[in-house]
Design a protein around this ligand. Structure first.
Ligand SMILES: [Zn+2]
Ligand SMILES: [Zn+2]
Length: 388
């Protein structure tokens, strides 16, 4: 993989298939949409069916291509998988092999020259220009688990036919239910494809540029609740790049993340299994590490006279104590989970220990949040008054 990717990073040539297709359908849409709208108004039925198809395509990409295939964060029933593959194909974003291959490389080499949609190369590169460049051939080792599945290999080998057939079926279906063939093509296919594409592409562009970094500052991925609506739940991208093995992107229940709700609901009726989540203590440990980094960075950037070293030492000390206590809590909780059925003396001691450490962590966390609030959220003048 490295050999091919290094070669691509040094020089590149145009991928004419992608370029002609992407430019071609954008031009066709911009040319035909005004003609259609001058002739007639789209019916309510056409609009709602198009919204439904767009939502199904976005769900198939986020839940299927991304969380099921690229990251293996859950397993599902073959019927659900077939539905996801159909709408993923209708979304016209390439085969499962090529999508997962590029996405796994994106995670492994994020923000470097080996990252196919590296955000530091600029908005337009990560949004869509990267697709106009010829990619190295798929390295089977990157998707070793997927290449073992003949059905997915068949999907990859005949992808162009499947993609055309799925979209032709989409046009036919919309024509049948609305009686509007021109609308089925312009609104239900070209416009739907445009919306689904750009919403997905925002994950690679805006979700690496516009937002906060609560879980990790080691990559450019950000969390942004506005983007979670635009990207159908993938706006908590800072969390995702930090814990890519978690089936959730918006880890809190109220964070808009349709694939998370669907996967969870399917698990309740036995149609999704092996849902992978990251332990709450591990998540908290990352939050503390990211906060520590941001606070030190802000204090170092201040152009005022104050005891910088003492403040940084205070942050480091609080972070170290909190991390140590979170580690202790994790060790005790893991041990308790293993032994709790035994109901012996060790279990009683462990329970008391967990209670004690939880109280300490809760107290330290409250103090930590106050410090974060002061250093990260105060205006420069207010912060200067508090620390000098
Ligand atoms: Zn990313
Ligand atoms: Zn991912």
């Amino acid at each position: 993989m490295k050999k091919n990717d290094s070669a691509s990073a040094r020089s590149w040539s145009v991928d004419w298939t992608n370029t002609l297709f992407l430019l071609g359908y954008h031009l066709l849409l911009f040319a035909l949409l005004p003609v259609y709208l001058v002739q007639q108004s789209p019916s309510a039925s056409l609009i709602w069916w198009t919204v439904g198809l767009a939502a199904a395509c976005l769900l198939a990409i986020t839940m299927g291509y991304h969380r099921l295939y690229a990251h293996k964060t859950f397993t599902t029933h073959p019927v659900v998988e077939s539905i996801l593959v159909f709408f993923g194909t209708l979304a016209t974003e390439g085969s499962i092999f090529s999508w997962s291959h590029d996405h796994r490389i994106h995670h492994k080499h994020v923000d470097t020259e080996l990252d196919p949609y590296s955000a530091p190369d600029g908005f337009w590169h990560s949004h869509m220009l990267w697709m106009l460049k010829k990619r190295p051939p798929i390295n089977p080792r990157v998707i070793h688990d997927l290449v073992k599945r003949p059905a997915l290999q068949f999907h990859h080998d005949h992808y162009a036919y499947f993609m055309v057939a799925a979209n032709a079926l989409g046009v036919g279906f919309l024509w049948a239910v609305t009686g509007d063939l021109f609308g089925a093509f312009v609104i239900g296919t070209l416009l739907r494809m445009f919306v689904v594409h750009h919403c997905t592409w925002f994950i690679n562009s805006l979700a690496h540029m516009w937002g906060a970094q609560p879980y990790s500052t080691e990559h450019t991925a950000v969390n942004n609740f506005i983007l979670s609506f635009l990207t159908f739940g993938e706006g908590y991208h800072n969390y995702h790049h930090t814990f890519a093995g978690d089936y959730r992107n918006g880890v809190r229940w109220y964070q808009f993340d349709p694939p998370k709700y669907f996967i969870w609901a399917l698990s309740k009726v036995g149609l999704a299994t092996n849902l992978k989540t990251v332990n709450k203590i591990t998540i908290k440990r990352n939050l503390v590490a990211a906060d520590r980094h941001l606070m030190v960075e802000r204090l170092q950037s201040l152009n005022i006279h104050f005891d910088r070293e003492a403040w940084i030492a205070r942050i480091e000390e609080a972070a170290a104590s909190l991390t140590e206590n979170l580690n202790g809590l994790k060790t005790a909780s893991d041990r308790y989970q293993k032994l709790k059925a035994q109901k012996d003396e060790e279990v009683v001691i462990l329970r008391a220990r967990i209670k004690e450490v939880k109280a300490t962590v809760s107290h330290e966390m409250a103090e930590w949040k106050k410090m974060c609030h002061l250093i990260l959220e105060s205006s420069e003048s207010k912060l200067a008054l508090s620390i000098t």
